[in-house]
Ligand binder design. Sequence first.
Ligand code: ADP
Ligand code: MG
Length: 709
Amino acid sequence: MQARTLTIRLIWLAMGASLLVPLLLFSLASWISYRHIEDITVERLQRSLDIEEEEAQKDFLLVKHALDDASALVDQRSAIDILADQERLHEQLETLVANLGPARSIWIYDVLGNALVSSAVQPPPQENFSDLDFIRAHEAGEPGVYYGRVYPSPVNSSPYFSVSRGVRRKGSLEYVVVVWTPPSSFFRFYAAMAYASGLQYGLIRNDGYILARYPVAPPNAPDRLNEDTGFRRTIAERPEGGLFSTKSAIDGITRRFAARQLDGAPLYVQAGIATSAIRDEWIGQMAPHLIFGIPATLLLFLTLFAVLRRTERLYAEMDQRAIAEESLRQAQKMEAIGQLTGGVAHDFNNILTIILGNLEMAKRQLTEGKEGERSKLAQRVESAIQGAVRAATLVKRLLAFSRQQTLDPTVLDINRLLCGLADFLQRAIGETISLEVVGAAGLWQVEADQTELEAAILNLAINARDAMPEGGKLTIEAANAYLDDAYCRQYSDLRPGQYVLISVSDTGTGMPKEVVERAFEPFFTTKQAGQGTGLGLSQVYGFVKQSGGHVKIYSEVGEGTTIRIYLRRFVAGPAPALETAPEVGRGRGAETVLVAEDDGEVRAYVVETLERLGYQVLGASGADEALEVMHNSDRVDLLLTDVVMPGASGRKLAEEAKRLQPDLKVLFMTGYSRNAIVHQGRLDPGVDLIQKPLTGDALAATVRKLLDG
Ligand code: ADP
Ligand code: MG
């Protein structure tokens, strides 16, 4: 679950990053690009100013020379003299003006504003020009060249601005010499410079008065920039000029501006680039990135989104499948349980029929009481006993499958065990089948219940025999084996490590896959009724699993079958297994056994059996009674107690009894296997146990062994 959440989170994270990273990169690139364009803009403005400055400087130098030359013509001359010489002066001014380029004219005015001489017209117009700004400026003592306002020409009414200087005699103003210059000559130059839209150039006086401007100002626009315009504020702060951004007071367009003062004149050249043009250029640079970037980013994002949806759907499907599988497993389990129950019921019914039938007959024979039928009676009882024995076997097999039988593991040498079994197996499988038993040198030991292991091998041999009706070969091999991690991971309850492998192979019919899958199920059989019980492989499975081993079927239809049993290697010091056949032990007259058992019939049976074996036997129906009996008798040699009894358990009783008589021997009997004194189906070290149903022989042998040991 956590891994899933993590995966989903990671995909979300990747989705976020797929948007954020391109965005960040794009922002960074945009910022860098913007800075770059800024720098280029400043560079361009400075270049423009350089050109404007050079042009204006050159032009005004020529104008200044012309002013000087014209001044020299009238210096020290009286007005009457000048007027008399008007014709000649006019021509001289005309030659001066020829150097200044087209559309310019030189005029000479007296202090009252009368035009004395003009290069433009001869004779000059007789109007009074005393209200022109430059006359007043020079009267007020303007020391050098004065740059005046724009006026319409009296000759052709085109606009002109004046560049003028005063001619003085003994300190007082005599004449003013003026070069009229059309703003259009600057305009044309600026227009030639303007390579793109949004550009603006200008020639501005330091009081904000605009002498020339490109592009032409809209009608009704002011002709002067007042104090709070960007231009005025910049030159107030830095008279040499500088950079500024502002919204133009003339046409309302926001621009990035640069202004620079012309050397030695109260004039500034100015250049501006519309910020919108700068922005457009910037966008123009960045947009191509977006053309690729946006689709790529979106594609990545959508892909990740699709991955997210798919992953979520996959998880949902996985959940659903898990639920479906779980319910299927449940159904299979129910089916298996049903089959098991049916099988048990069926077998038990048969057995009960045998027992009940025989007992009933025996009873009838008893009541009818004909003498001489004793042997028949004995036969009936014998049959009933046989039935009961079959029932006990069935129960044992079921317990084996449920892995709840009480195992008595001993250390075994499998080579020895197989050799010992060979003759018996050969007899069991018949002569048409040849048996080969292959041991291994240096075979490890295992710890297992010998009887159960032998039963398992016998079950396998019998199955092999059934699979080879026409004869064949049965091979039983032993070998050391190692089960590795990878293999064990497939089985939840298998630990990797060293195992002893016993494989049983036949050359029989083999099993199809469906049979292999179900072969271990109890009561699963493909054999005809009466031939197979379906309990053979389930015993093998239950025993091997309970012993901590592993069992696996390999089978090919028509080829044969190999069944492999893996038993854990036994590593503690080698202790050879004793194979002593139990002999019937008898009591020696004086030995006392106390039997604690709540079931009266069982108790009676046990007491009687032991008495017949020659023991002194005391009976008790529970723990309390047993202790009381112990108090009252002088000595008890052995306590034989049931494990589960009403009141105190057999274990408790044993503890109490040992306190009374420390050298007391204790033997437990039990029908259960899953109970307090048995751990994982194995015997508790030091605890002796005998399994119900008790048989006289087993009881005799075990009791004798305990009393002797
Ligand atoms: P049973 O032998 O009573 O049928 P088992 O549990 O021993 O029950 O086996 C179950 C089924 O597995 C058999 O009925 C048979 O179909 C199949 N089987 C077991 N061992 C072999 C084998 N060596 N070759 C072919 N089939 C086998
Ligand atoms: Mg079988």
